[in-house]
Design a protein around this ligand. Structure first.
Ligand code: C5J
Length: 229
């Protein structure tokens, strides 16, 4: 066990039951030529999460922690795309349409894939999710339960959308979540700030918030003391 210096109070990390979860670090959201950028968003606000996330990923891998990646997207035949989601935003080019990196948010397309800096290693589960939350219409809960995971260290994008939706549902399902403040990002800095505050408010109503350095320190401390499986 190791304590993570977190808000609203220190988090007791149990290395045997913890997983690193990296949410939707996809080219279409983070790369300058992708869907997010085509909508007019400043992708540099998301890209600043890459370096600390990479550091955390390397530490987690070195310590033997379970690492799980998610991707938001849909079947090529769009059978799992709710018409309401397709219509939302009245976009000239929306989900399933040709975009700058292939069909937008369609599985198998270049833009749907994970950025090279955080690319999954062989054996790391990738959860393809059609919604914002990572539990909706996926086998994530089974994967976590089968591995005895009860704590989630959460990175990814965007703070107030897919990270929040996932953390809220994880919390309802009994998982303890630590959101890594500099490893999550949003196109809207104010939503990011408030989103983090909402997690840790009211005694940690959805979970804990801690910076990458604090999480890395706790993982490496536990690794040194031989606590990992
Ligand atoms: C995610 C989105 N991943 N913002 N998607 O947050 O639509």
């Amino acid at each position: 066990m190791a304590l993570i210096d977190a808000q609203p109070y220190p988090f007791d990390l149990d290395p045997v039951r913890a997983a690193l979860m990296i949410i939707d670090m996809q080219r279409d959201f983070l790369e300058p030529g992708g869907f997010g950028a085509a909508l007019g968003n400043d992708v540099s606000l998301l890209r600043r999460t890459i370096a600390p996330s990479r550091q955390l990923l390397e530490e987690a891998r070195a310590a033997g922690l379970t690492v799980i990646h998610t991707r938001e997207g849909h079947r090529p035949d769009l059978a799992d795309l709710p018409p309401t989601k397709k219509a939302r935003g009245r976009l000239p080019a929306g989900i399933g349409d040709p975009g700058p990196m292939g069909r937008i948010l369609v599985r198998g397309e270049d833009g749907h894939d994970i950025i090279p800096e955080l690319y999954p290693a062989p054996g790391e589960p990738i959860v393809d999710k059609p919604g914002k939350g990572a539990f909706h219409a996926t086998d994530l809960d089974a994967i976590l339960k089968n591995r005895g995971i009860a704590q989630l260290i959460v990175c990814g994008v965007t703070t107030e959308v897919c990270v929040h939706t996932t953390v809220r549902e994880a919390n309802d399902r009994g998982y303890e979540c630590v959101v890594v403040s500099d490893c999550v990002g949003s196109y809207f800095p104010e939503f990011h700030e408030i989103g983090l505050r909402m997690i840790a408010a009211q005694g940690g109503i959805f979970g804990w918030v801690a910076p990458c350095d604090a999480v890395v320190a706790a993982i490496s401390e536990t690794g040194r003391s031989g606590g990992w499986r």
